[in-house]
Design a protein around this ligand. Structure first.
Ligand code: CTP
Length: 405
């Protein structure tokens, strides 16, 4: 798949750098060529000689090297590649790339490149989960960067959790996907609809009923589906996130607007209802700001909102082949999810416990259970992007199976 493709591999300073040697071999085995930048910190873990022996090329490391700049300047180095891969992508390298710093050859090449960049992060779990790192990862994703991993597992430092660099074969698969573009992804040719975020239900011109949903999980699912080649429509309630690139985004405010937008976006092959839709709205919306009168306030009369998921899942015509709902629960998560699966008429429910762990709503990681007719699958705690990727893999497999039947 990588025949003739040129990869610029930036090897950062982390213990996972030894796996990058294997990555060089894997890419070359698949027909690609690899030119390497080894950072100063990277040199503490692997030697330039090993890197150059495996890549069959000279190794670049110095921004101000007169000989290197004469042969191939840093600008040319960053552009004479079809794809730039950063593995291991350390917290420091990602921070520089996210903020446009350029004080060494690796960061300068990342700033100067006009090619897609794939990061394979590797670091201690606490570092990976640190808000500063997650902020930088978000910023890089928004700038269009691609990510593979990190994986979850035991780390060189003895701790356990997400942060381990993806295995070389998995990085090489991501390289293949990045080089062939989304058109060749597992969801190529499929239409996927995703709802995300909260809804706002106005009480009067300045007040509304809302909830704590940030939209992070739904937006991550939309992004993962687009990266897998799908034609994505994202229907989003009010969120502080930017519109993800490469998809149609319909911004709505209320549950009723959301239902309208969802109906206008159908047909779709699969629909994922991740939005935290308000179940109730104010029965009457005040035309003017409601004033204090001094008397006891009258109770707010509520009216029930349409259930968007159930409406679409129970459609007789034009129902997406796969309808996925979410269930945010604070107790008896799996039991409630099973009841919800039957009540809503959808194919799967992704259930998460929003009570057990602080900060799921608005946070960056999620612990979910995939509940379907065949049973329950409990996934380990992962960051929301990884939950999204995994869900999208499952959706692609289910749609492919459907297609064969
Ligand atoms: N949902 C929807 N429209 C609504 C309410 C919910 O589409 N008006 C969808 C959500 O997007 C989610 C699923 O239904 O996929 C579960 O929503 P939830 O609010 O947890 O379920 P409810 O039926 O409201 O049950 P409860 O509030 O009692 O837990």
């Amino acid at each position: 798949m990588q025949g003739g493709k040129r990869i610029l591999l930036v090897i950062g300073g982390g213990i996972a750098a030894y796996k990058s040697l294997e990555l060089i071999r894997e890419i070359r085995k698949r027909g690609g060529t690899v030119r390497c930048i080894l950072t100063k910190a990277g040199e503490q873990f692997v030697t330039p000689l090993s890197v150059s022996s495996l890549s069959g090329d000279k190794v670049y490391g110095d921004l101000f090297s007169l000989t290197d700049e004469a042969e191939m300047g840093h600008i040319e180095l960053s552009r004479a590649a079809d794809l730039v891969v950063v593995a291991p992508a350390t917290a420091d390298l990602m921070a520089k790339a996210a903020n446009g710093l350029a004080n060494d050859l690796a960061s300068t090449a990342l700033l100067a490149t006009d090619k897609p960049v794939l990061f394979a992060p590797a670091m201690n779990v606490r570092m990976w989960l640190h808000p500063a790192v997650q902020r930088n990862v978000d910023a890089l994703r928004r700038d269009g960067a691609l990510f593979v991993g990190p994986d979850e597992g035991e780390m060189a430092c003895g701790e356990f959790g997400p942060g381990r660099m993806a295995e070389p074969a998995r990085i090489a698969d991501a390289v293949d996907r990045a080089l062939s573009g989304p058109a060749a992804g597992p969801l190529a040719g499929k239409r996927i609809l995703v709802t995300s975020g909260p809804t706002h239900e106005p009480i009067d011109p300045v007040r509304y009923i809302a909830n704590r949903s940030s939209g992070k999980q739904g937006h991550a699912i939309a992004r993962a589906a687009a990266a897998a080649g799908a034609d994505v429509t994202l229907v989003s309630g009010p969120v502080a996130l930017p519109d993800p690139p490469g998809m149609r985004v319909i911004r709505v405010e209320t549950a009723r607007d959301m239902l309208g937008a969802v109906e206008s976006a159908l047909p779709a092959d699969a629909a994922v209802f991740c939005a935290a839709v308000a179940d109730w709205r104010a029965a009457e919306q005040g035309a003017q700001k409601i004033k204090k009168t001094g008397a006891a306030p009258s109770p707010l009369a509520l009216a029930e909102n349409p259930d968007i998921l159930a409406t679409i899942a129970r459609r007789e015509r034009g129902r997406p082949a796969l309808v996925v709902g979410f269930a945010a629960e604070t107790e008896s998560v799996i039991e409630h999810a099973k009841v919800k699966l039957a009540k809503k008429g959808c194919d799967w429910i992704v259930a998460n416990d929003v009570g057990a762990e602080d900060g799921v709503m608005g946070g960056d990681s999620n612990t979910v259970h995939l509940v379907g007719p065949a049973g329950v699958e409990s996934w380990p705690t992962m960051d929301k992007a990884r939950v999204a990727e995994r869900l999208v893999e499952r959706i692609a497999a289910a749609l492919a199976e459907d297609g064969r039947a």
